[in-house]
Design a protein around this ligand. Structure first.
Ligand code: IPM
Ligand code: MN
Length: 359
């Protein structure tokens, strides 16, 4: 089959990790007789430099016309050190999420057997952990009215949610849990926030349609502790935009490196796949960044296209690289001959080609 994939390398280490994901996709194309047509588009600090804005219209058009979107990373220290900057790279991604209605963000977190000792958490705590975080991605404090007063002394960000926004991701999360361990944990701050109370009410009502699924509730601060003390208690985590952003970075500690985690952001007609890590500009161009988050995102992209066997081939190749210790320095540490970004990408692409040869 032939598929069009919009590729947005973005900023910092984005281009180099996306290149490794493309190598994995090319290997899949060769083995399974597909054609992936890549259409490159700009977004982020690089787009501000070239077009004066973080999300050019052309990028939206390319994304809308593609079967799926592969994205690298966004952000540049130049803007981080200038809180007054009106135009910022991150606005590109936020605007793209809105333009395509990418409301459902999923972030799988697991303890890879071969990396158990790489997590700062104890082996017995993390072994067997397998969680999927469902983060609502277009509502809440991210997209509400925000303003700083003209005297610069006051600022606000409004968080709002509608029943409709809560319901659509809740149904997806419950359906996903039915083919897993049948447990959904809603994370909120319902003792303080009105939006959280609306989440609880709506999710509790919807849960009645999924009688085989257990629904639990945790306040965000309690959940942050539980995720470290006893992560195995979680199956599906369902939460709003800001809490999901924070808790997914925290959860990455379980896997051993934030560089390993992939994500999908799905809307009614489009879907974007990206590692959860940021642009890590100090490592830009050094060929040291971990490409696995990006490569596993390509795996999720294949899954979305219905190419399950192909997605499995990517996952097996990643597992193999970890088992053999072909890993970048974020996992391997400084003194143990870490592999480069492209070494890891090459190994994974080769393994995809060769494991199928041996079948
Ligand atoms: C993420 C990122 C983004 C977010 C930024 C880059 C806008 O941190 O996808 O987790 O906060 O959603
Ligand atoms: Mn984040």
């Amino acid at each position: 089959m032939k598929y069009t994939i919009a590729v947005i390398p973005g900023d910092g280490i984005g281009p180099e990790v996306v290149n490794q994901a493309k190598k994995a996709l090319d290997a899949v194309a060769e083995m399974y007789d597909h054609v992936f047509l890549y259409q490159e588009a700009q977004m982020g600090a690089c787009a501000i430099e070239r077009f004066g804005k973080p999300l050019p219209e052309e990028t939206i058009a390319i994304c809308k016309g593609a079967d799926a979107i592969l994205f690298g990373a966004i952000g540049d220290p130049k803007y981080d050190s200038d809180p007054g900057a009106k135009v910022r790279p991150e606005q590109g991604l936020l605007q793209l999420r809105q333009a395509l209605g990418l409301f459902c963000n999923t972030r799988p977190v697991k303890a890879f057997d071969s990396l158990i000792k790489n997590s700062p958490l104890k082996r017995e705590i993390i072994i067997g952990t397998d969680i999927i975080i469902y983060r609502e991605l277009t509502g809440g404090i991210y997209s509400g009215k925000k303003e700083t007063s003209t005297d610069g002394l006051t600022a606000f960000d409004i968080s709002s949610y509608t029943v409709e926004e809560i319901s659509r991701i809740t149904h997806i999360a419950f359906k996903a849990s039915q083919s897993r361990r049948k447990k959904v944990t809603l994370i909120d701050k319902a003792n303080v926030l009105e939006t959280s109370r609306l989440w609880r009410k709506t999710v509790t009502e919807i849960a009645k349609q999924y009688k085989d699924v257990v629904l639990e509730y945790l306040y965000i601060e309690h959940a942050a502790r539980q995720l470290i003390i006893n992560p195995k208690q979680f199956d599906i985590i369902l939460t709003e935009n800001l809490f999901g952003d924070i808790i997914s970075d925290e959860a990455s500690v379980i896997s051993g490196s934030i560089g390993l985690l992939a994500s999908s952001s799905i809307g009614p007609e489009n879907a974007l796949f990206e590692p959860i890590h940021g642009s890590f500009s100090t490592a830009k161009g050094k060929d040291t960044a971990n490409p696995i988050g990006s490569i596993l995102s390509a795996g999720m992209l294949l899954e979305y296209l219905g190419l399950h066997e192909e997605a499995g081939a990517i996952e097996r190749a990643v597992e193999k690289s970890l088992i053999l210790g072909i890993m970048t320095q974020d996992i391997k540490g400084k003194n143990k001959y870490p592999a480069s970004t492209s070494n890891v990408g090459d190994f994974i692409a080769d393994y995809i080609l060769n494991q199928e040869d041996s079948n």
